[in-house]
Design a protein around this ligand. Structure first.
Ligand code: ATP
Ligand code: MG
Length: 211
């Protein structure tokens, strides 16, 4: 019997508050370089490391912005699973659920170098590493030697399979975009026009947000 190629699904997790070109270009680079069949965007529900923030968008607004941003790209999809859950949402739980549901799919979890450096503090890194291949991208000018050191460490500790995505290091973050929005600066080209329109229309990051 011939070996069938397993389905390869990329997972682009994030808060996406708001989604920006850093996320979109990263996902597209991973899709291309690793011959993925699709990339699922997975907005986090209630990220443990981001609770207590008051300047962010509501869950349904983050979801809508992701929807608008990926519209028109046939190999990008949205997975709202983590948002439907109440309480904390852990990547380890999500990956376990996905693998159980689709045992014949290989999952490629896409992360920036900042997240990779913090991965050992996430919930159950052992489960994460067992259930996916990690695709890591340069970010924040983090030296390659540090990223490689972390890859070796996670491989040693958890048997992690981590590969580097050769994507450009785009020095932008949602934190910067939220601040610029409040300052009235132009966000044009940092996120798709449709997302920008939505942000403006709903004044998502206006001065009174969350107060
Ligand atoms: P915030 O400033 O609110 O933390 P963010 O821009 O870091 O937002 P997240 O939603 O936290 O966006 O990131 C989701 C994932 O995308 C993380 O793995 C993060 O490392 C990665 N990522 C975000 N922006 C970039 C970027 N410019 N280049 C590479 N990876 C990025
Ligand atoms: Mg971040």
């Amino acid at each position: 019997m011939g070996k069938e190629r397993k389905r390869r699904v990329g997972i682009m997790g994030g808060t996406f508050d708001p989604i920006h070109i850093g996320h979109l270009i990263l996902a597209e680079c991973a899709y291309e370089e690793f011959h993925l069949d699709t990339v699922q965007f997975l907005p986090s529900g209630n990220p443990p490391h981001k609770t207590g923030r008051t300047d962010g968008a509501a869950d349904d607004e983050r979801l809508e912005m992701v929807k608008l941003a990926i519209r028109g790209n046939p190999h990008f999809t949205l997975d709202a699973e983590e948002m439907r859950r109440t309480g904390y949402s852990y990547t380890s739980d999500t990956l376990t659920a996905l693998r159980t549901r689709n045992p014949d799919t290989d999952y490629y979890f896409i992360i920036g170098a900042d997240s990779l450096m913090a991965l050992d503090e996430w919930n159950r890194p052992d489960i994460i590493c067992r259930n996916c291949i990690l695709l890591a991208a340069a970010r924040d000018d983090l030296p390659a030697s540090e990223i490689e050191g972390q890859i070796a460490f996670l491989h040693e500790k958890y048997g992690a399979d981590i590969r580097l995505i050769h994507s450009p290091d785009i020095g932008i973050s949602s934190t910067k975009l939220r601040a610029w929005f409040r300052e009235g600066r132009s966000l044009r080209y940092y996120t798709p026009d449709s997302v920008l329109e939505y942000m403006k229309q709903k004044d998502i990051y206006g001065e009174n947000t969350g107060l």
